[in-house]
Design a protein around this ligand. Structure first.
Ligand code: COI
Length: 355
């Protein structure tokens, strides 16, 4: 749906807060950059697209997004390239996924020019906030929620779209310990597990809290029907290397088809490594481990990048992954070489913001 008139009003902050931030000791998701983009969908059109100083929102308590869950988001990153330019990673893929989520939740779609041009202008304005430290990046959070003031079940006629950013280190500082969850499920067949909606995350928090107390970093979910096949981590897609083949659950209605997941599959294939997108059961993983064939396991995501798994726990069984890894460091190196502009961008994944 095209915006009727596309122009972005910019109100700059009076005083930057950047000097309050310790870039050497960043904490993920804590320090927001100076500005945010805001746009409103009203009367069938996107309007008043503006970049303003980052600030709290004033909301009517009856806005339907707070009640009935019409709330979606994306997670993206901008990197400081070796040549000093700033680039956003796979911007169009994230825009497409945001609209996939919007369509499923009966929300207004966001036009490409607002998402792409708006984000480029926002990131260019706050480019000083893009960290210089390798491994760190500017995390970008586009979100949209319903703003009709209405108590009752109907799709909202109005929406607010926001983009804000924060300088961020990798989500996990080391290899993760994961517990396979058998008492709850994350997503059901024919359900909404494949979209990036707030409602897919909230139900995992109770489990996250419980397993954190047991020393695990993240939950690993099984399919809802048989509780046998691996789906994904709460925060990442899942990959397993058995012998020299990398196996990942297939994109389906129950897992998020991650942008980092797709990037990693592409890089593996281009390295001549066999990748299978197919159901993989927890029994197959245990069996492979017993035979010494389970060589590596990792998660992928925008926030987590490529995160190695140190331990998988399932019903009293502990699987410790070998410390020696080959594919994980190779993938991190190849991905970072593109993201930080150390090599040419063979897949056209980068969008330069201030060319
Ligand atoms: C992301 O990877 O961007 C996410 O949204 C996951 C979240 C745990 C930060």
């Amino acid at each position: 749906m095209p915006a009727t008139t596309f122009s972005i009003e910019i109100e700059r902050c009076k005083q930057s807060r950047i000097h309050e931030v310790d870039f050497e000791h960043l904490v993920f998701g804590k320090e927001m950059s100076d500005h945010m983009l805001v746009a409103d969908f009203k009367d069938g059109t996107w309007q008043s697209i503006r970049i303003v100083p980052y600030q709290p929102l004033v909301l009517n308590p009856a806005v339907s997004g707070l009640h009935y869950g019409q709330a979606i988001f994306e997670g993206m990153k901008a990197y400081r390239l070796q040549n000093g330019k700033i680039a956003i990673f796979r911007i169009k893929d994230h825009w497409e996924r945001m609209n996939l989520s919007a369509r499923r939740l009966c929300m207004a779609e966001i036009p490409e020019e607002i998402f792409v041009e708006g984000m480029k202008q926002l990131v260019a304005l706050d480019k000083a906030w893009v960290p210089k430290q390798e491994g760190s990046a500017l995390y970008i959070r586009p979100l949209m929620f319903a703003t009709d003031i209405y108590i009752g079940m109907k799709p909202s006629d109005s929406y607010r779209f926001i983009i804000f950013t924060c300088p961020a280190p990798p989500y996990y500082s080391g290899a993760v310990h994961t517990k396979v969850i058998t008492q709850y499920v994350r997503a059901c067949p024919l359900g909404v597990g494949y979209i990036k909606m707030a409602g897919n995350y909230a139900p995992t928090l109770l489990i996250a809290k419980q397993i954190r107390a047991e020393g695990f970093h993240v939950a690993l979910w099984l399919d809802a029907k048989e509780r046998k096949y691996i789906e994904e981590f709460s925060t990442m897609n899942a990959f397993f290397r058995i012998d020299d083949t990398v196996i990942t659950p297939p994109a389906s209605k129950t897992i998020l088809n991650g942008v980092t997941r797709r990037s990693v599959i592409q890089l593996l294939k281009d390295e001549g490594i066999k990748v299978e997108e197919r159901p993989i059961s927890i029994d197959e993983i245990i069996e492979a481990h017993k035979k010494g064939r389970l060589r590596e396991a990792f998660g992928t995501g925008t926030a987590a990048s490529v995160s190695p798994v140190a331990r998988i726990h399932y019903e009293g069984i502990d699987i410790y992954l070998p410390e020696e890894q080959e594919y994980i460091p190779m993938l991190r190196e190849k991905l970072d070489a593109i993201r930080y502009g150390k090599v040419s961008d063979p897949y056209g994944w980068l969008t330069i913001v201030d060319a």
